[in-house]
Design a protein around this ligand. Sequence first.
Ligand SMILES: Nc1ncnc2c1ncn2[C@@H]1O[C@H](COP(=O)(O)OP(=O)(O)OP(=O)(O)O)[C@@H](O)[C@H]1O
Ligand SMILES: [Mg+2]
Length: 415
Amino acid sequence: MQVRRLSLTNFRNYARLVLDLPPGVVLLHGDNAQGKTNLLEAIYFLATTRSPHASVDQQLINWDALQSDDPVIAGRLEADVLRPDGPRHLEMRLIIEERGMWTTNGQGSFRREAVINKRTVRLMDLLGQLRVVLFLPEDVELATGPPANRRRYLNITLCQVDAEYCRELSNYNKVLEQRNALLRRMAEGQTRNAADVLQVLTDKLVEPGSVVLQRRAAFLAEMARLAQDIYFRDLIGGRESLRLGYLPGWYTNGRKTGDELLSEGDRLQEMPDRATIAERFAAELALARATDMARGMSTVGPHRDDWAILVNAKNLGPFGSRGQVRTAILALKLAEIGWMKAATDDTPILLLDEVSAELDQHRRAALLAYILEQARGRGTGQALLTSTDPALFTPEFLAVATTLRVAGGRIEPSQ
Ligand SMILES: Nc1ncnc2c1ncn2[C@@H]1O[C@H](COP(=O)(O)OP(=O)(O)OP(=O)(O)O)[C@@H](O)[C@H]1O
Ligand SMILES: [Mg+2]
């Protein structure tokens, strides 16, 4: 897979950009605050319909454009993508309209529009059209940050590849919202005799929830296998073991901890069929019913789950050194490429922001060698890297890469 042309209008610090991109490795370099990360963000946004930072989408629109008095302001991202099944034109519009009119805050109303080959589609249809693996310096927070980060990672990554996962996740969230609203009213004593409705909503959670649970557990099991291999063989030379464990929310509710929790996750990862998972999930929902009613919220289910990276059987989040965390996340990201390749029979586009600066010499060399191998091996792959300092890259790497200079929202070939 390859982005051949990227066009941005009023996106972040790009008022207008049309950029033709070659296949293979592209190095974007430039000083701080010039637009390197913003460019990767634009491609990631087209692929996932999300910003890598859990920020508000309005913030993506160019500030200067927002200063104008126009009643409608639009940010636009477009990509000509070359896929194994042919070319495709993808577009995402960020639109603020009715500005200055009598809307809730006087700021206008915001909406997003997705377009494929000039036809308007649902936002969800954009997923899977362009597939990327993004590596940001702040990805270490996947190990050390709150569980919501890790769930977000699972959801975004799986949605790029698995349309059923994405659909069922969305169904699950809709029912969950209704169930939580009802539980809240019940806890506040506003609703009586709602037991039947609660039961209906509880039953409706089971099917989509089980799909989400099953796909997540299978994903982590496969990713663990790939990541362990990369970590062991390429990155640290066989000294440590790496594991990924799924931590179901029904055990994190204070009933069990530590090893017991992990073995529960292992059982889930080994559970083969959806019916077994559904049965288990339904039983856990029934067990949690009284707690849910008292607390006015749904306390078990995939929306409360977590997962952990374990190095030598220790949870990396609380116990890993900074370098260990960084290396494990790198292994995870490289595993993600392998996983996507296997699942889609195509190479995703690699987006690496400022990663080499964060790694020691050995790991940097291993990473660059890996990227070059990818780029050479297929001929059709593409990797975009950013750096403030091209001197961090080896001459072999620079000989193969196309280097572009980013300055003040403009991009030019570097001399
Ligand atoms: N909505 C927006 N409109 C205009 N400019 C924005 C918007 N959002 C962010 N910017 C600005 O875009 C500039 C470039 O940001 P970006 O993160 O791409 O820089 P960078 O080249 O990656 O720098 P660094 O080397 O520091 O990581 C920053 O000055 C930032 O403040
Ligand atoms: Mg940056």
